[in-house]
Design a protein around this ligand. Structure first.
Ligand code: GSH
Length: 223
């Protein structure tokens, strides 16, 4: 007979998110790919919701996304996605154990976007540029860092892409790539024709796939 705890419903995963946040979208895509149900909690970055003492208790750096899964509370999209992969391994978003090169490529793409692109285009950096240099420099600044990152990714993925960024299976690289491209186009008006491989992935794969469509900018309840 099932014990009381087995029959009790597990509390739903909560995700604190903001519709324009590419880091949040990575987590939302992962939740959709894994078929995990979640409750969406809006943190409006423009209104300053991230700085309330209540939110700071769960997000010491005042950033979205934050994932709450029962007693587990995590910030940083990479850590959240690693947690989801370990806690809910099927379906996996990584190639099988032992496929060292392929798994490392997924980590590489994730890290290139998370550490070498997005921080330069973070809202706090853009605000600083606007205040210290001028509002007209905001978009050109963002374009520089999108272009540096996308050029490197375009070159890297030429060797490895299939239907998805790495081969024909969806994975962590796509989870990071799709919202970065989406944000660049929709929020910063970047012309992706310079990056034909990335454009094709976005148009022909991500924009045709429900887990990605359900997690992109315009699908969020607070958009
Ligand atoms: N490395 C962090 C980046 C998170 C991040 O930059 N979040 C932005 C939105 S995309 C944010 O919450 N910004 C609030 C602010 O700048 O005040 C992650 O991957 O979760």
């Amino acid at each position: 007979m099932a014990s009381l705890t087995e029959t009790q419903e597990k509390p739903k995963i909560k995700i604190y998110s903001w519709w324009r946040s590419s880091a949040s979208a990575r987590v939302l895509i992962t939740l959709h790919l894994k078929g995990l149900d979640y409750e969406y909690k809006e943190i409006n970055i423009l209104k300053g919701d991230q700085f309330t003492p209540e939110f700071k208790k769960i997000s010491p750096r005042s950033f979205v996304p934050v994932l709450v899964d029962g007693d587990v509370v995590i910030t940083e999209s990479t850590a959240i996605i690693q947690y989801l992969e370990e806690r809910y391994p099927q379906p996996s978003i990584l190639p099988p154990q032992g496929e060292f090169q392929k798994r490392a490529l997924h980590y590489q793409v994730a890290s290139m976007i998370n550490a070498s692109m997005q921080p330069f285009i973070n809202i706090q950096v853009l605000k600083y540029i606007e205040e210290k240099v001028g509002a007209e420099e905001r978009i050109p600044w963002a374009h520089i860092y999108f272009k540096k990152g996308f050029s490197a990714l375009e070159n890297l993925l030429k060797e490895h892409s299939g239907k998805y960024a790495i081969g024909d299976e969806v994975g962590m690289a796509d989870v990071f790539l799709a919202p970065e491209i989406d944000g660049a186009v929709k929020l910063f008006n970047l012309d992706m024709n310079e990056f034909p491989l990335l454009k094709k992935l976005s148009d022909d794969t991500y924009h045709q796939s429900k887990p990605f469509l359900d997690a992109v900018i315009q699908s969020q309840p607070d958009a």
